[in-house]
Design a protein around this ligand. Structure first.
Ligand SMILES: [Mg+2]
Length: 369
């Protein structure tokens, strides 16, 4: 390596806890707030931002385990930084909270590099497409029918013609309500809108096949985590038995995870989350794994952290326009994207990096560390 780029001077981390607008929940978890961990990396007068949605415990990992592996090193050699961080976490444990920390730092470094070069991030990575298709994601299980309908209309009014709701409520114990909410969704969005469901691992194998078969009558074409994403055999069995595409991968914390999932035949579309998988560096590699096996990749949540990298690979299917994260990103950042018409065009503003800048006054109200 040439080592002739500017050196990273500072790496800081801050934590924000943002209450949800409505009680949140899916098949296997409930929540009333979302924690965003923000990393800022500075070099030569520019600052890059990276984030992960996860535990506040991510922040000390950044400060105590990773900062010294980034500060003082060349800001242009992001894969080298990613490699140093990943290796250093061997004994601490690489998946989970640590991977979220690596992901936030990695994304901050890519954003920093793009800003140092005065390029939109998608231009630095190299565009494979101009637009990235989005799908409206939410439909959380605690919502009443009126709340669900209002959210769905919010997406269709913006011209978003793909929507996803949560099913398998209470670990799959509410099948009748799952069917009711799915039918309601179909009636609200009409027949021309793609309808997806996400079970968050809440069904058993045969239950998933039964429910998916019934939901096929409602035109459900995407079945996310019908069983636990740790159950690759179960995912494959469900996949082989249903017409909907089976998707999983949101809990992938390293590249071998995506390889195992993809080669086992568990999914029709691989999902990867740039705020968990190891950042932009690893997301690109996960996309390559999928491409090599003839699979699409879909970007999981955190839409503004994904938009540029999703535009940089040829096999992106879509980007999850997740209600909770869209709301937070619009609250805390300037420079968010417009999904009207059902897609976003990262880099169109010409702003360098991923284009987000922190609204410090707005964010300060939610800061907890
Ligand atoms: Mg999901």
């Amino acid at each position: 390596m040439l080592h002739d780029g500017p050196l990273v001077e500072h790496l800081t981390v801050s934590v924000y806890r943002i209450p949800t607008d409505l009680p949140g929940g899916d098949a296997t978890l409930t929540w009333d707030a979302t924690t965003l961990v923000l990393v800022e990396a500075t070099a030569a007068g520019r600052t890059g931002l990276g984030c992960t949605y996860g535990s506040p415990a991510t922040a000390p990992v950044v400060a105590q385990e990773l900062a010294d592996l980034v500060v003082g090193f060349d800001a242009f050699d992001v894969p080298a930084a990613n490699d140093r961080m990943s290796r250093a976490l061997r004994n601490a444990g690489r998946p989970g909270i640590a991977a979220g920390a690596v992901s936030a730092v990695d994304t901050a470094l890519w954003d920093l590099k793009a800003r140092l070069l005065d390029l939109p991030l998608v231009r630095l990575l190299g565009a494979a497409r101009d637009k990235v298709t989005v799908y409206g994601s939410g439909g959380l299980t605690p919502y009443g029918d009126t709340q669900l309908e209002r959210q769905l209309r919010g997406w269709t009014d913006q011209g978003i013609d793909r929507v996803k709701i949560k099913v398998a409520e209470s670990w799959g114990r509410c099948e009748a309500r799952d069917m009711h909410r799915t039918a309601l969704t179909r009636s609200v969005v009409g027949d021309a809108t793609d309808l997806y469901v996400d079970a968050n691992g809440g069904y058993t194998r045969k239950q998933a096949v039964r429910v998916a078969t019934a939901m096929a009558g409602l035109g459900v074409t995407w079945l996310e985590e019908p069983v636990s994403s740790d159950d690759l055999t179960g995912l494959r069995e469900v996949r082989e038995a249903v017409t909907a595409d089976v998707a999983a991968g949101e809990y992938g914390y390293d590249l071998p995870y995506f390889v195992r999932m993809a080669v086992s035949g568990a999914v029709d579309c691989l999902q990867a989350d740039v705020t968990r998988c190891g950042g932009i560096t690893v997301w690109l590699r996960a996309a390559a794994v999928a491409e090599g096996l003839g699979l699409h990749i879909s970007a999981h949540c955190a839409p503004h952290l994904h938009a540029h990298v999703a535009a940089a690979v040829p096999n992106t299917r879509h980007l999850e326009w997740f209600h909770d994260h869209v709301r937070i990103e619009n609250m805390l950042f300037h420079g968010t994207l417009d999904p009207r018409g059902g897609s976003v065009t990262p880099g169109a503003s010409g702003e360098p990096g991923h284009g987000l800048t922190l609204d410090r006054a707005a964010a300060g109200r939610y800061r907890i560390a």
